[in-house]
Design a protein around this ligand. Sequence first.
Ligand code: CTP
Length: 451
Amino acid sequence: MRRCFRPLLRGHDRLWLGEDLIEVSKRYGLAGELKIYADPFPPSKRSYPLVLEEAISKLKEHELSPYLEELTHVASKVDAKLYLVGGALRDILIGGCVYRELDLLLEGDLERFLESAKKCKFSLKELTPFLTLKLVKDGKVFDIALGRKEIYERAGALPKVFPAKLYEDLQRRDFTINAMALGLSEGIKGLLFDPFYGLDDIKRGILRLIKPYAFIEDPTRIIRGIRLKVRFSLNFEDRTLDLMKKAIDKGALLWVGWVRIWKELEELFKEDEYLNGIVLMEDLGCWQSIGVKLSKLDMEVLDRLKGEKFLSQENRKEFLLFTIFGSEAHKHPRDWGLRFQLPKRLREDLSLAPLWRELKSLSFENRYRKFLRASQNLVKFWSICLEEDLFSLWKAYREARPILSQEEMENIASLKGKEYGRIKIEVLRLQLEEGLRSKDDILERLRKESV
Ligand code: CTP
């Protein structure tokens, strides 16, 4: 028997407890709980589609609707079927419109579909081993995935992917509200395939897993779940919440690579209700489970951030990163920057973040150098922590040029037997801190001082 984490479903609703699962369960301390993950969610699957013409009308309002018509035509030529799936369909059913990209699912022969698409001037931009592709026409990009099933070789790993039928594709997903498909092709147009009663859960405002081990096979779904909950003001169904807490307590978030954790956090931070998400993560013990402690001060800073006008969705993630992972030196912000594989500039900012506490007590030279290294966002973060606007100071430091020429400063340096750099910093200090404006005043002070 292959040793892999392979939660096979027998008769679609029962977890197959093979040796491999038992082995992995032991490794992650789940051995005593196998029954929990084997116990399917009621109700059993709905096997008939619902007629949902209004979803098609909503989709018609979408700017890409004419291209969708074309793509269904492309698919029908090779006896393939297209469905709208995932987040886009969920968004239509909850909010009446699509907020993100349209995710399409293809049931049929991929090669033949691609040939047919090329004839209709769609070009292939990307084809991944995960059986997903991007087609482009008139500069518009279409994400299409072949119906597929996944096998997780170990908990928290990325899955191996195989072609599969629609039902199996929906079954590999996380929450019932994400596991629906809307038929787009002739013959299935306007039919909603909703085997796990996602539409009913939307109506009840409930977020429910489609299978009990969904958090175990991919613990990033814990953060995804929190994100969806706060985005749509949903309630976790009791057992889902229980399974989520169990997975968190087991430290499941640590089974996933840090980069994937950061990706999920970035998505959470983009939400309008990001603060509720951060607080919920705290209440559920997520932060603690990945080794982060949110202090009272962090919560105050997060609260202050709420009112800041400059805080756009774009730059918000940096402030949240600084607060959660860099507000104090003992959080080891440099390590988080490396774990999350952040870009160099952001890593540098993050490691400077805790400096806000000592900024005032630093020597001029030290402070000046730190300010030159800091980005505008970091200086704003320091300002929020200190409740004092440091922006003008930062601007003044960056724009300041010594009033003395290089030659003059070199002369003074050689007269005093000092380095040129020291003299230059002192000149800047006299200008910026003491407000001296004329060359003569500065020369006079330099003569008197033992720099
Ligand atoms: N999915 C999953 N487990 C994950 C990520 C995604 O089961 N860890 C499934 C969900 O069914 C999801 C679909 O894959 O609807 C597409 O994923 P993605 O595009 O990342 O998310 P959406 O839900 O489509 O959109 P959003 O980013 O708005 O959440």
